[in-house]
Design a protein around this ligand. Structure first.
Ligand SMILES: C[S@@+](CC[C@H](N)C(=O)[O-])C[C@H]1O[C@@H](n2cnc3c(N)ncnc32)[C@H](O)[C@@H]1O
Length: 662
């Protein structure tokens, strides 16, 4: 029986006791991982590469944090339950023969299963995320090259992360289905051959989830609900509130006794400013403050304002997770306090390894079969993509298989598929990919166009075009022209495109799980400079599109950042500056609608057509996608009603003010 855990939209962790599970608990969860499919299961071995110093450091820091936390839990009399999780996990690890169970920070050998940047013959291709732009900060790409920090087993980790104490398994599917053969019919390779050789029967995917998201779990645990409850001592948590010994009661007692002392006094604050921050104090207080914020009237200390609690909460989050207070605050304000915590927790866990089938060379089922034969455990990502595969574990380096070298697939983050799907380029069109390196999206566009028409793949950074060219060659994209202009120079360089993709340079706040340096490297100036560049690039993208294109006239803007400054604010600006474009539906089947207002700022109401993606909701990188349609002159006139004109006037005044700040 296959059991699936899928993070859901807006799902809240039920933290009746303590925080969502810690990294140690996440890792403990990994040991339950079993291969979803195929007879070459590599057990709980995790994927990764040798090139992961930053990641190791982060994990060590997390390990330290965890052990500190466990110590603090013990002193707080809570040790038993946490300790039990540890002990039972160790037992499982031993049973599974996993000697490296505690070696989370130093797993070079274990991680040979994924793209190995040290040994891969295509080293140069994997440079994104490590390259530096002119300011010396990384340019973020969610594609190949960044994936070498990913680990397959984290899906189970996320499952544990969001399955907090007492939560029911309501999101698990027990039914297995074969993937509908119809979906394969839409793939590029001719179906007829397939039917003749009857390969459908040879390779059946199981259970393609109807919600179409990236799996939040390995989907392979054979524990049933009661096993899970036994294993992690969850039974009590489903008890009625207030029952003796229930965790609910623990929380109440905890809160009652601490409401007066959660926030530090002035003296304590002064004293703490001269000593090193206490991570386990922060962690405990995070939960206590969340409890207070849940029921402020009842639980707040007299004379303390909500903002005092929020300020302390942000400081504790910054301290515990290692962010600057500035960035912690900026990200915190996107969510409710509890959801913010889910977001920060999800940033501590790598996203699943995913690959995209290159339909110019093969079809997904053939690729899957070939990889299964090599000892790769995988399954389709979800219903929303016919070309994506999620890798659970592998006995071979995913970045160096013969299929990889032959260009049958590219290692690509699932979120990175989204802008290409939204752009939906058609055969025979002229398409511009304005910021293309290392080419994950360019090569997808090329495949969607079946190597017809022309994709202009541009990147301002000449060094990065090396990896772009390498990917284009490896994947056999013959309809592509590479250039390296500052994209602001379009359409002067060349214009009149049917479609333009602007996957903009951004702060990378959606990919913190991949690059923890974002936590401390981004400052206020970045969130002025980057949107400034993004706005200019977006206007250039719009101006490069032919409104009279017979088949297109579309622009897609995307970032792997979750901040409003880099997303809705940029799109709203473009709508004001270019009345000949309107937002249209992205066609993406999942994603949270973009903000139509944020912290007192009103945006164009059509911003609800844009889509946001978060690691904690969909187990994909944080991402943003907006799709515009450039209108013909006649259409623009029709759109402009009297009401719109009034609004336009108001916006123009705002624009002028904004110009002054830019
Ligand atoms: C998010 S990455 C693009 C990832 C790429 N679309 C992919 O899918 O592989 C952003 C890219 O923008 C490029 N870039 C930065 N400023 C640029 C500019 N002014 N014009 C064109 N490209 C620029 C960077 O070199 C970087 O490769």
């Amino acid at each position: 029986m296959v059991r699936e855990a899928r993070p859901k939209v807006g799902r809240k962790a039920r933290t009746k006791q303590g925080l969502v599970p810690t990294l140690t608990e996440f890792q403990a969860g990994m040991l339950e991982h079993k291969p979803y499919r195929g007879s070459h299961g590599a057990g709980a071995k995790r994927n990764g590469t040798n090139d992961r110093n930053g990641e190791r450091k982060r994990k060590r820091a997390d390990g330290d944090r965890e052990s500190k936390y466990l110590n603090s839990k013990k002193t707080a009399g809570k040790a038993e339950k946490v300790d039990f999780v540890e002990r039972s996990s160790v037992k499982k690890a031993k049973a599974a023969g996993d000697d490296d169970f505690y070696d989370f920070g130093d797993d070079d050998e274990q991680n040979g299963a994924a793209s190995d940047s040290d040994s891969s013959p295509v080293d140069d291709v994997y440079d994104s995320g490590e390259d530096e732009d002119e300011e010396g900060k990384p340019i973020f790409s969610d594609d190949e090259g960044d994936t070498d920090l990913l680990e397959s087993a984290n899906m189970q980790g996320l499952k544990k992360a969001f399955k907090t104490v007492g939560e029911k398994d309501d999101d698990k599917e027990e039914d297995e289905e074969e993937v509908d053969d119809d979906e394969e019919e839409e793939e590029e390779v001719d179906d007829d051959e397939e039917e003749e050789d009857g390969e459908e029967d040879e390779f059946e995917f199981e259970d393609n989830d109807s919600d179409g998201l990236v799996e939040g779990s390995d989907g392979a645990s054979d524990l049933n609900d009661s096993d899970v409850a036994d294993e992690f001592d969850l039974e009590d948590d489903d008890d009625e509130e207030g029952e003796p010994g229930s965790d609910e009661e623990d929380v109440e007692i905890n809160v009652d006794s601490k409401t007066t002392s959660i926030l530090p006094s002035g003296q304590e604050l002064e004293a703490s400013s001269s000593i090193a921050p206490d991570i386990h104090l922060s962690r405990t207080r995070i939960q206590e403050i969340l409890n207070v914020l849940d029921d402020f009237k009842k639980l707040a200390e007299a004379g303390r304002s909500r903002s005092e609690y929020v300020t302390q909460l942000i400081a504790d989050i910054a301290n515990y997770y290692g962010y600057t207070e500035f960035l912690a605050g900026k990200l915190f304000e996107l969510f409710s306090p509890r959801e913010a915590l889910e977001f920060f927790e999800a940033n501590e866990v790598p996203r699943p390894i995913t690959i995209r089938t290159n339909t110019l060379k093969t079809r997904r089922r053939n690729l899957a079969q070939a990889l299964v034969n090599r000892g790769v455990n995988l399954k389709p990502i979800g219903n929303w993509t016919k070309v994506g595969l999620q890798i659970f574990d592998s006995q071979v380096p995913i970045g160096a298989t013969p299929e990889y070298l032959a260009g049958h697939y590219i290692i690509q983050a699932a979120s990175s598929f989204l802008p290409c799907i939204a752009l939906a380029p058609q055969e025979g069109e002229r398409v511009l990919d304005m910021a293309a390196a290392p080419g994950g999206k360019t090569t997808y566009l090329s495949a969607l166009m079946k190597n017809t028409g022309c994709v202009f793949a541009n990147d301002a950074n000449k060094a990065r075009t090396k990896s772009l060219i390498a990917n284009i060659h490896r994947l056999g994209c013959t309809n592509t022209v590479v250039c390296h202009y500052d994209a602001q120079e379009f359409p002067r360089v060349i214009g009149g495109f049917d479609r333009v993709l602007l996957d903009a340079p951004c702060s990378g706040t959606g990919v913190i799980a991949k690059d923890a340096s974002v936590k401390t490297s981004r400052n206020e100036k970045d969130f002025i400079d980057l949107p400034f560049l993004q706005k200019k690039l977006l206007l250039a993208a719009i101006d490069s599109v032919d409104a009279n294109s017979k088949t297109g006239g579309y622009i897609v803007y995307s970032t792997c950042s979750v901040t409003v400054d880099e997303n809705e604010a940029v799109v709203d600006y473009a709508l004001r500056k270019r009345p000949d474009v309107k937002l249209v539906d992205t066609g993406l089947v999942f994603g949270v609608p973009g903000f139509t207002s944020f912290r007192g700022k009103e945006f164009n109401q059509k911003l609800n057509l844009t889509r946001r993606y978060y690691p904690h909701t969909y187990n994909v990188d944080g991402f943003f996608v907006a799709k515009f349609k450039k209108m013909k002159k006649k259409e623009v006139k029709k759109e402009e009603t009297g009401e719109d004109k009034k609004k336009q006037k108001k916006k123009e005044t705002e624009d002028e003010e904004e110009e002054l700040t830019l």
